[in-house]
Write a protein that binds this ligand. Sequence first.
Ligand SMILES: [Zn+2]
Ligand SMILES: [Zn+2]
Length: 417
Amino acid sequence: MQILPQKEGAYFRMRLTDKVKDARKNKFYGSRYANYLRNIYRLIFSNYLTMHLISIGIPTLGTPQIERQGNCTLLRNMLIGKDFHWQKSIEALLPGEVELSDDPTFTIINHLPIETYLRCVVGSEMNPDAPEEFLKAHAVISRSWALGKIIGCHQAGSEGKVNLSDRLISWDDTADHHGFHVCSDDHCQRYQGVQPIPASTLKALESTEGEVLVDSKNHSLIDARFSKCCGGKTEIFSSCWQDKDLPGLRSFDDPWCDLSSLSTNARYSLLSKILKDYDMANDGGFRWEASVDAADIRKNLKEKFGRDIGEIINMRVISRGPSGRITELQLEGDKGILRIGKELMIRRLLAPTHLYSSAFDIEPIHSQPSNGWNLRGKGWGHGVGLCQIGAAHMALSGYSYRDILSFYYPGSQISHI
Ligand SMILES: [Zn+2]
Ligand SMILES: [Zn+2]
């Protein structure tokens, strides 16, 4: 594979789609000409475009409010953190080409070269002041992941559901999107358009341009997942998505996200370097506590899952993944029993938005389940693949991005596309 100049790619796409759109509108050319152009477009450029342009579905708060600003499009009401506690609307400057979509959830589709996308993602996912080696590691995994989505080789985690009267096990993955490759929210990778990136960070990203993570035995692309904090041990793929495990994503102890040996100032300094302001609500998520009310569980079960088993009397862990994340949780109500999984569904069930993770122990409040339960948890997110807080700690301790990647993705190596 070969990276072609980005401007050329964007230009070709714009020119061709504009011609197709003109042809559609123009009575003189009619549909035959439009079809002809579309076929040419497919034959000559499909391979090139498939490999190097990415399309992103973007949700908006209400009708999209857009205006042209230089070479970019200013989107005034981009919705971020949908259904999470940080949900809000922001202004975003979108590079590349923007089109309105028919999808009621993702009203804007943004097409742009993959390297431009990565610059925006690294800027959107974390603080641009993050350590250089951490940013480089993130650029490599974000590129590997995005490329996997474009060429469709990561279908392993597609949507699935077991919907029985006493068992509701479901998961959804990024393969669910139709009409675009990835969405702009945390479901895929956080993308918020052009981000101010310091020159030093840009240099770090450019130094990894074209680098992806592959399996060192068969050279296939690693499905490079990542989450905020594994909680001390990484999780396997099947605990979160489809019932199969991927060789590049294993479970192992991670000593790096435990920041308890650092002083309060050093810990705050590390977290503020990698998390955006609205992510600073907790202490990195290594350990956390929450309480949950029986009536709230019943309400969430009804509203989010359409099920009612009466008053919730007890909760019991049926299975856990190797990191301690609960993969199946049994709810016992006065009208029936229901098992819920996998980890994201459990997180949705036990909090108004999402619980930090499904790795928690359950204790009844005042020894009476009817009073609710205290949850003692660890980790933030699914815990599969790279642990962002651990990786940042490694980078600040002097490790290179290659060290970081070989630690979090054992059996992988860096390859050039
Ligand atoms: Zn998505
Ligand atoms: Zn970790």
